[in-house]
Design a protein around this ligand. Structure first.
Ligand code: ATP
Ligand code: MG
Length: 550
């Protein structure tokens, strides 16, 4: 019986029902079956959370099974990246890490069983001929001239295929089902093909490899999967899945249930399309922080728990849906707001000299690490005569609604003093290069005696102690919600700037996350001799609403 039922989705309801009917003797077993031909993306996370989540909720087991039936495209690098990503997401398969290739012997035996029962035949037609005789959605296919070979002839030919007597494509093994079926998947599907290629795990043992549908069904049945959860495009394959189960002697009868794929706006969730972005160097590898891959999101700074949270919010349904990026980002933002210490960083610096502040004096001011969580403690910030503020926080010709610094105006420097702008220094071209201000010593945060009030507070860093750092500002990879191709790429998806950050950041370690006050959330991505590199995880406010209304 279920101990915990976090979800009420239709799949969990089916499983609960199966348990009540006493199916599988109360056993629950699922699997996440990635093909190691690319990195995992957030769509895969949906499937991982579902499969591992169901196993957890119903005291069952979940396998991580590599679907490695196509040695032409699969590599051990992809296997390792997938293992790293599933671990990072927070799931544990225990000793249940398997490969479809673990079952190649059994799958071969099943093929022989089908042949012996008259349910499979070796076809010598070419790939093109097979495609051309498959029929269409409206017209039935036509029988292969080799369809009625005897069991003995098929057995002999299949054995010769296995022993390497034929070249790639010379013949295939097909299930003998029904060329007139209204379901194209049942028109004598190919179940084995010849491929003289070394396999990453089985080496040169095989020169024939099972096709996906055959291998997948049998892996499920052999491994003990009770509920085989897959995406909707496999709905039409379910009759074939069941045909295999009906026509073979298998230890276990899994049940296939389909759910809709996750689609996310402003990106692609298809390994093939993502691979193209990597191959064409449009992004810097699979783990580029703009990619919807789990490794990209990790590098971007998204906590793994927010991806789980997002998958739960999206939920499991049968209806195709396209999810707004804002939903994912809101999960990230909520979590970072609660967990991230605040520091000050100036992304676009403007120098300010405080003319009445004594020369050579340095003060250490007390700053809160989190406005709502005193447990996160305080730090000290160095204050002296020369500081930097954000260029945008000053306007020479402001509108009436502008409450930050302006000529003759006052603003509070957060955790420090109120300053007043006395003078503007410009270069030959008329660009503002420095402000001359005065401070009011009675307005010191926390201890000043002045009752003066100003409408806004801005962030700042001291010129003598701030650290220079590279900051990568990431934006959406595609500028349209439903991108088609490269023409939809956002030319401003990555902007690299040099920022000034308060000195306390020198203790930060790679992977530490901060809120740069008023600027967003950032993660320390790398720390080298050349300095620190931060990635912007996310802005403080939802910027998608704005994009939408444009
Ligand atoms: P892609 O189209 O990105 O190549 P795939 O389905 O070919 O995806 P697999 O490695 O076969 O990639 O996927 C492993 C599992 O993840 C499958 O069970 C698949 O149904 C599921 N999956 C893949 N993409 C999504 C998605 N967008 N939403 C939910 N589940 C997905
Ligand atoms: Mg697939």
């Amino acid at each position: 019986m279920a101990t915990k039922t976090t979800g009420k989705d239709f799949i969990r309801q089916i499983i609960r029902n199966d348990l009540e009917l006493g199916k599988n003797a109360g056993r629950i077993c699922t699997r996440f079956p990635p093909e190691p031909n690319g990195y995992l993306h957030i769509g895969h996370a949906q499937s991982i959370c579902l499969n591992f989540g169901v196993a957890k909720d119903f005291n069952g087991e979940c396998f991580l099974r590599f679907d490695d039936t196509n040695p032409a495209k699969e590599t051990t690098d992809f296997v390792e990246a997938i293992i790293k990503d599933v671990t990072w997401l927070g799931f544990d398969w225990g000793n249940r890490l398997t490969h479809a290739s673990d079952y190649f012997d059994d799958i071969y035996d099943c093929a022989v069983e089908l042949i012996e029962d008259g349910h499979a035949y070796v076809d010598n037609q070419s790939g093109d001929e097979i495609r051309q005789t498959r029929g269409t959605l409206n017209e039935p296919g036509t029988d292969s001239p080799y369809r009625n070979r005897s069991v003995a002839e098929n057995t002999g030919l299949f054995e010769r295929m296995r022993s390497g007597e034929f070249d790639n494509g010379e013949n295939v093994l097909r299930a003998k089902i029904d060329m007139g079926s209204s379901n194209i998947n049942l028109r004598d599907p190919i179940i084995y093909r010849i491929l003289h290629l070394e396999h990453q795990r089985t080496g040169n043992k095989w020169c024939i490899y099972p096709m996906y549908d055959f291998a997948h069904t049998l892996s499920d049945a052999i491994e003990g999967t009770t509920h085989s959860l897959c995406t909707l495009e496999f709905e039409d394959h379910r009759p074939l899945y069941e045909w295999f189960l009906d026509h073979l002697n298998l230890p276990n009868r899994p049940r296939q249930i389909e759910f809709s794929r996750l689609n996310l706006e402003h990106t692609h969730l298809s390994k093939r399309k993502l691979a193209t972005l990597v191959e064409k160097n449009i992004v810097n590898g699979w783990d580029d922080p703009r990619m919807p891959t789990l490794s990209g999101m990790r590098k971007r700074g998204y906590p793994a728990s927010t991806i789980q949270d997002f998958c739960q919010r999206v939920g499991i349904t049968k209806k195709d849906k396209s999810i707004e990026m804002a939903l994912l980002e809101n999960s990230v933002r909520e979590r970072l707001d609660a967990d991230s210490p605040r520091i000050m960083a100036v992304l676009n610096p403007l120098k300010v000299t405080i003319e009445n502040y004594p020369d050579g004096v340095t003060e250490e001011l007390d700053a809160k690490n989190h406005p709502k969580n005193p447990d996160m403690g305080n730090r000290s910030m160095i204050f002296n005569k020369e500081i930097f503020i954000e260029r945008d926080d000053f306007m020479e010709h402001p509108s009436e609604q502008f409450y930050r610094l302006k000529p003759g105006g006052e603003v509070r420097l957060r955790f420090a003093y109120i300053i007043e702008c006395k003078d503007i220094i410009k270069d030959d071209k008329g660009n503002i290069i420095e402000l001359i201000c005065t401070y009011d010593p009675e307005t010191k945060s926390g201890s000043g005696t002045s009752t003066k009030k100003v409408k806004s507070a801005i962030h700042w860093v001291s010129a003598s102690s701030a650290i220079k750092a590279q900051v990568n500002l990431y934006n959406a990879l595609f500028s349209v919600a439903k991108p088609q191709g490269e023409e939809d790429l956002n030319p401003n998806s990555m902007e690299v700037i040099e920022a000034l950050i308060e000195a306390s950041v020198s203790d930060a370690e790679v992977g530490d996350r901060f809120q740069f006050e008023r600027n967003g959330y950032f993660i320390l991505d790398a720390d080298s001799d050349k300095g620190k590199i931060f990635n912007r995880i996310i802005t403080l406010k939802d910027t998608w609403a704005k994009v939408k209304n444009k």
